[in-house]
Design a protein around this ligand. Structure first.
Ligand SMILES: [Cu+2]
Length: 337
């Protein structure tokens, strides 16, 4: 009876593992719409298949030996098995096979790296879209060749080689939109790049910062819009500076949401940072520039404000002010200017 229970348990465990692997999500990598992403998937599945094969062989041998060399009913208590000291041939075999497997896997993975890197071919030299990405605590700023800017939302055309140049002005961050490609760090004092070419249009909202970077790290997310060529050209043209007044306000709104509201609240109601609704600093250009480029850490206030706008241009300061002034929740009553 106890035996039957044990045998059933021994069978139930691997069965549960198989069911979990087949029917639960989470074993497959997230979907991707780029060639580099597909190559990453391929490497993942090849590695997984090899690992699974080794796992099954080893576990099967283990179970077979447990069964084959189990203690029989007619064996006397305290009986010892045969005492074996080394077996050169077996040891050579079980050293060589894993070494060969690992070497093969390494060669395969290294051979696939160029496809993951997706460096645009020299024939595409003039057609590569280069976007400057600045990571700051706690948002992503994208700057396009014509000077257009977006915050926490990347816009790219489909079927086009894209290179993102990644910088950080404060701490180490990591750009990661799984639908597009792998992860790449943005490190202060260093210029990193990542290439990809999306083959499907769509809206992808699972981009994150992949490197723990401070209190609001979890809210350092990014969307990606893959547009048709015409839509992208239109978007670029609509966002090319100098912007119309309402476009400036619209940009300032995304800027506020990305760069300030994560701590101060969308309506300036406060959160991690103090409430800001009606604060005159928000509409005073010099004071605003000072606090966003230098941050603030007064003993009187809890917490610390990082230099969230270090490197901002005058236009960026002004678009934020334009938005604050347009929003009755935020603007100081009576205005300061
Ligand atoms: Cu970050």
């Amino acid at each position: 009876m106890r035996r039957t229970v044990l045998v059933l348990l021994a069978l139930a465990l691997p069965a549960a593992a198989v069911v979990a692997a087949l029917f639960l999500p989470g074993i497959a990598p997230p979907r991707t719409v780029t060639d580099s992403g597909r190559t990453i998937h391929e490497i993942y599945w090849v590695t997984f298949a090899l690992a699974a094969l080794v796992f099954i062989l080893v576990e099967a041998a283990l179970l077979a030996f447990i069964f084959r060399f189990r203690r029989r009913r007619d064996m006397p208590d305290g009986l010892e098995g045969p005492q074996i000291h080394g077996n050169t041939r077996v040891e050579i075999i079980w050293t060589t096979i894993p070494a060969v497997l690992l070497l093969a896997l390494a060669i395969y993975a290294i051979a696939r790296v160029p496809d993951v890197e997706a460096t645009p071919p020299s024939s595409a030299a003039g057609e590569v879209l280069e976007i400057e990405v600045t990571a700051r605590q706690f948002y992503w700023q994208y700057e396009y060749p014509n000077g257009a800017i977006s915050y926490d939302a990347l816009y790219v055309p489909v079927d086009t080689h894209v290179t993102l140049f990644l910088r950080s002005t404060d701490v180490a961050h990591s750009w990661w939109v799984p639908d597009l490609s792998g992860k790449r760090d943005a490190i202060p004092g260093r210029l990193n790049r990542i290439n990809f070419r999306a083959t499907e249009t769509g809206f992808f909202e699972h981009g994150v910062c992949g490197e723990f970077c401070g209190t609001q790290h979890a809210r350092m997310t990014t969307d990606a819009h893959v547009l048709s060529a015409e839509e992208f050209e239109q978007w670029l043209a609509d966002n090319e500076p100098p912007l119309e007044d309402d476009a400036t306000v619209a940009l300032g709104e995304t800027q506020w949401a990305a760069a300030c509201a994560k701590c101060h609240g969308l309506a300036g109601e406060g959160g991690y940072g103090p409430p800001l609704a009606g604060n005159t600093t928000l509409v005073t250009e010099d004071a605003l520039r000072q606090i966003v480029t230098e941050g603030q850490d007064l003993d009187a206030n809890p917490g610390y404000m990082p230099p969230v706008g270090r490197g901002w241009t005058d236009e960026q300061i002004r678009s934020l002010i334009a938005y604050v002034e347009s929003n009755p929740d935020l603007a100081p009553q009576g205005g300061s200017r």
